[in-house]
Design a protein around this ligand. Structure first.
Ligand code: M6R
Length: 615
């Protein structure tokens, strides 16, 4: 959802800003822009519709000098993707330029007010209102830039991370945040802004994570000045070290981030389980559960709230907690949960799941449950994100940065955390026998190796994918733990290949979707050999009788479904409750190769952005 970058220092800002935009492009890519103050006191803004590479072309014959600048890559909310709606936005006099990630909720009333004062708006965005308001504050109250930004922000409601520069002030860069991510990199005589650490890590590991409601003034040759938006008190900057390396955010020889991240899953699961899964002792130690296990044990109910892929992981969480812990679980899409006045008890535990930790609806669901006294447990990848800050306790997935817009390693690490959490709680509550516990934990120890086995069949999946590129619709079927996997497989396919796909509980097929089946229709059946195997076998027969084309994901050595299916991908045997960690891998690969065969832009699909920070 929009990426912001900023630089103030001794180097030419343009190159650093453009490189930063490329690294943040996963956040939005419908337009991009840059603003620079050059050595002659000119404030130049260049912006274009389309990707960052368009901006680079556009800037080829432009004056790109300057050691201070801001830049933006956009995912449109207010105003369609266009040159005029791209950021940075100028103020009326063109003395100030501003970039913004977030949403100004009261922009209409501010716009009416500013229009009455003679301000003319050139874009359809909410953001332009803020830069005009800053100029109004400067002119009306004779304030310097920092004071004007501060005063303007006291009038604004919404979410934002902003960067502001001024024509007459090439030594100053102002930034602030509420509910949108912002990191400040501190180098030698230079400072960097980023929506995440990726534009910064190449230059410095020293960073400041501004808190919500802080306004920050960066002045060349001086210490950073941070003030609270509430009472203007001075806050001492706390410099931390980022753990990220350049390798983590580059493609590392893969054609796309999505493919890199699919192949990273054995490693990301290892990192996820590191220090938590005690391989020798066959034990799981989760500090969140050690400290707050009682809260789970006494829970009247667990609520799980999330969006998209994280919601699918949550659906698997329901099977895990109900099976292993015998605690009732409701799984809720966060956007529905937050608005339907749900019944929440103070002895509920709400598990919020989010890769980015920024998803607006998930955050709102957490706030709602928190207000009503529920205990909030977070499962999240991005350290220090808003989700992480809002929880009472939780566990990071430690999947490493996920840059491909389609979630892959985020899903498997979320399911892994849910499985470890359910096992740890079940052990504490004694709802699982020691024998079952040890057996499942032993299987967790083998899971990375089994994923490697599936990844070694990539060529097989690639061949099968070629057969299916003609299809305009797909049906994905699964049962039990693998019904959410069917939904996840369908989501992966539709978001990157633009083929319509639906994920269904296999038996539900007879209540409608079966009408769609003909010889044109591919049906992906997730059918590893567990207790529901015979039932799903019958579903496969039903599909076959209607001439559907069947691709089945089956357990190694299966012969029954093999006889019926047109194509088969085998996965190693594992515990049923862990099987989603394996069954999802061929589905990720299938969607990737179908999208490639159709010539789609796999990492940057149309209309999508990595994190959805507006509702
Ligand atoms: O960052 P989050 O996990 O909160 O994001 C939620 C969804 O937007 C996300 O899972 C989305 O569905 C996936 N990127 C799809 O692959």
């Amino acid at each position: 959802m929009c990426g912001i970058v900023g630089y103030l220092g001794t180097q030419n800002a343009y190159d650093i800003l453009i490189k930063g935009l490329h690294r943040l492009e996963y956040r939005g890519y419908d337009s991009a822009g840059v603003a620079l103050v050059d050595n002659n006191g000119q404030l130049n803004v260049y912006k274009t519709k389309g990707k960052v590479s368009n901006l680079e072309d556009y800037c080829k014959d432009k004056n790109i000098n300057g050691t201070v600048g801001i830049a933006h890559t956009r995912w449109a909310t207010h105003g369609e993707p266009s040159d005029k709606n791209a950021h940075p936005h100028y103020s009326q006099s063109k003395n100030i330029a501003l970039i913004h990630n977030g949403i100004i909720e009261n922009y209409l009333s501010l716009k009416t007010f500013l229009s009455s004062k003679g301000y003319v708006f050139k874009s359809d965005t909410d953001t332009e209102v803020l830069v005009q308001l800053i100029e109004y504050m400067m002119n009306e109250h004779d304030l310097p830039l920092y004071e004007a930004v501060y005063q303007a922000l006291t009038q604004v409601t919404g979410a934002y991370a902003i960067g502001v520069i001024e024509k007459n002030n090439p030594n100053e860069l102002i930034t602030a945040r509420i509910a949108s991510p912002l990191i400040i990199g501190v180098g030698k005589d230079e400072f960097f802004l980023g929506s995440d650490a990726s534009p910064i890590v190449e230059y410095t590991k020293d960073v400041i994570y501004p808190e919500d409601r802080q306004v920050i003034r960066i002045v060349r040759g001086k210490e950073i000045e941070i003030r609270s938006l509430d009472n203007k008190s001075l806050i001492k900057p706390e410099v931390k070290q980022i753990q990220l390396s350049l390798e983590d955010i580059e493609k590392g020889g893969f054609e796309h981030f999505m493919l890199k991240e699919i192949f990273e899953q054995p490693k990301s699961l290892s990192l996820c389980m590191n220090g938590r899964l005690q391989r020798e002792q066959k034990e799981i130690i989760l500090s969140g559960i050690q400290n707050y296990g009682e809260r789970f044990a006494k829970a009247r109910r667990i609520l799980i709230s999330a969006c998209g892929t994280s919601w699918h992981a949550g659906l698997i969480g329901k099977y895990l907690f109900e099976t292993l812990c015998r605690i009732p679980v409701d799984v809720e899409v966060a956007s529905e949960f937050r608005y339907r006045n749900p019944v929440i008890y103070p002895d509920d535990v709400l598990i919020a799941i989010s890769q980015s930790g920024e998803t607006a609806d998930t955050l709102a669901a957490m706030e709602l449950a928190k207000k009503q006294g529920a205990f909030i447990y977070g499962i999240c990848n991005v350290v220090g994100s808003s989700v992480a800050r809002l929880t009472d306790s939780g566990t990071y997935t430690h999947a490493g940065p996920e840059i491909g817009v389609a979630s892959t390693k985020a899903f498997t690490t979320q399911v892994c955390i849910l499985a470890m959490t359910a096992l740890a709680v079940a052990k504490q509550m004694e709802t699982i026998s020691t024998e079952d516990y040890k057996r499942i934990v032993t299987e967790l120890c083998n899971i990375e190796e089994k994923i490697e086995t599936i990844l070694s069949k990539t060529e097989e999946v690639k061949e099968i994918s070629k057969i299916f590129t003609y299809a305009r619709n797909f049906l994905y079927l699964g049962r039990g733990f693998n019904y959410p996997v069917a939904m996840e497989g369908a989501l992966k396919l539709k978001e990157i290949s633009y083929i319509h796909a639906e994920g269904y509980p296999a038996a539900e097929m007879k209540h409608g979707p079966i009408a769609l089946i003909d010889e044109e229709m591919p049906i992906v059946v997730v059918a590893p050999r567990y207790q529901m195997y015979n039932k799903i076998l019958s579903n496969v027969v039903e599909v076959k009788s209607r001439k559907g084309k069947i691709l089945a994901i089956v357990t190694e050595g299966d012969t029954d479904i093999k006889r019926l299916a047109d194509y088969v991908i085998e996965i190693p045997q594992t515990e049923e409750c862990l099987s989603p960690l394996l069954t999802v891998i061929p589905l990720q690969l299938l969607s990737y190769y179908i999208a490639i065969a159709k010539g789609r832009d796999v990492d940057q699909q149309r209309n999508l952005a990595k994190s959805v920070t507006v509702e």
